[in-house]
Design a protein around this ligand. Structure first.
Ligand SMILES: [Zn+2]
Length: 498
């Protein structure tokens, strides 16, 4: 960078000193950038090096005026769109969604977002976000509301799909990059170290994205300038926006419940059939629609299993006791716990009768003969829907309300008899959206620790992750069975039968 004379001097230096270091300048592959507002008629400009007036790409990142950067980025997005379009060839919704989230969304363009000012990428980031939304709608099989899309842009720990908006997070990426690269740039240029090279123009954009009206100048931003920290601040603001803009009480409860601990586990699994973590196409589409608040049906209908009114979102269906599907879901979750306890050599037994003298109750779905301090423990599995009519109003404002209700129910029915028999009573409670009660998380981790301590060299972290993932998929598979067995029968005019 500099005047034509400075450029000529630098060029001479490179050609004089380079060969002794094995570096040879190829003039035909070099480029001189002369901004459009600068004078082109200068005698010291090298005649045999091509000149560009609009801008250039350095290591894949556009450098130049805003329209040039936007154009280069749009070309890059066209290539990403080709990959997005090819996703549907997989014909596997879970795999498509996993690849979209992990490989083709924000990670695909994070380098440019970090290297290019967000004000230069305004049109292209909006175009990229739209392409991601359309791809998600293709996986879902139909359009979604703006509220559902807003939910999808949150991380899975906040009830979303990790499809963060490029237009929202671009300022965070660039600001963090500037902050981290600043000292090195100053060192290279021989400048006196400054407090930071935070571009003033980025701060208002970041503050707006994070809904922080108190952020006006760089020194107002009191969080460490790492992209992760800034993005989490934006996510938190987006989550609050999601709650405030929830169109119904149910939507608000959905947002709350899908952000509970471990609720997002089912999205983070490796979709592997051999590990038992794969959901079939129709199963996954139902699950992801429910997760995002996208209706499963266009109109309410009579539930084919119990003849009650089945709603468009699937809330009745996911708790319907009209057939054995709800028990199947319960038993599936129970069996995951049971198998893990077996792997931990805890000697578990299922559904034991006669645990409590003179009682026909079965307080233990899984009975552990030796648990804390050698005492036996009764694990009672319970899956509860926070969106059912009796709980949804409170669940919209109290995170984990349904879990608390589920735990209290189990303690009320089992604790007195277990206590009289000297058995520890442990409710294992999950919400239908995957959130787990505190004690449930604790016992899952304790079982994993017992597996890891078994002396077979099994890694605790991967064991724990796999057990949480197995629990999540068995729960959501059970949910999807309830939905798929309760689809309305199409009228003759729709299914072609006269
Ligand atoms: Zn029903």
């Amino acid at each position: 960078m500099g005047s034509p004379d400075a450029l000529a001097s630098a060029l001479a230096f490179v050609e004089r000193e380079g060969p002794s270091l094995g570096l040879f300048l190829n003039r035909s592959k070099s480029l001189v950038f002369v901004p459009e507002e600068a004078d082109l008629c200068h005698s010291t400009l090298p005649p045999d090096i091509p000149i560009t007036r609009r801008g250039f790409s350095l290591l894949g990142c556009p450098v130049g005026p805003p329209d040039f950067c936007d154009e280069v980025f749009l070309n890059r997005i066209q290539k990403v769109k080709a990959s997005l379009h090819a996703l549907s060839d997989l014909k596997d919704a879970q795999l498509e969604c996993t690849l979209l989230r992990s490989c083709l969304a924000l990670p695909k363009i994070s380098f440019i977002l970090r290297a290019c000012p967000p004000s230069h990428l305004h049109n292209s980031t909006a175009s990229f976000d739209l392409a991601i939304r359309k791809t998600l709608e293709s996986i879902l099989g139909g359009p979604m509301s703006d509220w559902s899309w807003l939910k999808a842009t949150l991380p899975s720990s906040r009830g979303g799909l990790n499809l963060r908006c490029a237009s929202l997070h671009a300022p965070a990426a660039f600001l963090a990059s500037c902050s981290q690269a600043g000292p090195l740039v100053e060192q290279i240029l021989g400048l006196t170290p400054s407090p930071g090279i935070l571009p003033e123009s980025v701060v208002p954009a970041l503050a707006s994205a994070a809904a922080r009206s108190d952020w006006r100048v760089p020194c107002d931003i009191d969080v460490p300038l790492h992209q992760r920290t800034l993005s989490l601040a934006i996510d938190e603001a987006t989550f609050q926006q999601l709650l405030v803009s929830a169109p119904t009480t149910r939507s608000r409860a959905l947002a709350r419940s899908s952000s509970l601990p471990h609720a997002g586990d089912w999205l983070n699994v490796m979709p592997s059939t051999s590990l038992g973590l794969h959901l079939h196409d129709r199963e996954f589409r139902c699950c992801i629609s429910y997760w995002l608040g996208v209706p499963l049906h266009s109109v309410p209908f009579s539930c084919p299993e119990c003849q009650c009114s089945a709603d468009i979102f699937g809330d009745h269906q996911v708790g319907c006791g009209g057939s054995g599907d709800r028990i199947t879901r319960h038993n599936s979750v129970r069996d995951v716990i049971f198998s893990a306890a077996q792997s931990a050599a805890l000697g578990p037994t299922k559904e034991v009768l006669g645990l409590v003298a003179s009682s026909q109750t079965r307080p233990a779905d899984v009975y552990l003969p030796h648990w804390t301090s050698g005492r036996p423990a009764a694990l009672d599995i319970h899956v509860i829907s926070p969106l059912q009519e009796q709980l949804v109003a409170e669940a919209a404002f109290t995170p984990g309300h349904a879990l608390q209700v589920g735990v209290q129910r189990k303690l009320a029915s089992n604790l007195p008899s277990c206590r009289s028999a000297g058995i520890e009573c442990i409710p294992v409670v999950a919400e239908t959206l995957g959130g787990l009660a505190h004690d449930t998380i604790t016992i899952v981790k304790d079982i994993c620790r017992a597996i890891s301590d078994g002396g077979y060299g099994i890694d605790l972290h991967s064991t724990t992750r796999h057990l949480f993932h197995s629990l999540a998929i068995s729960l959501w598979r059970g949910n999807s069975t309830l939905w798929l067995h309760r689809f309305p029968t199409l009228p003759p005019s729709r299914d072609g039968v006269v």
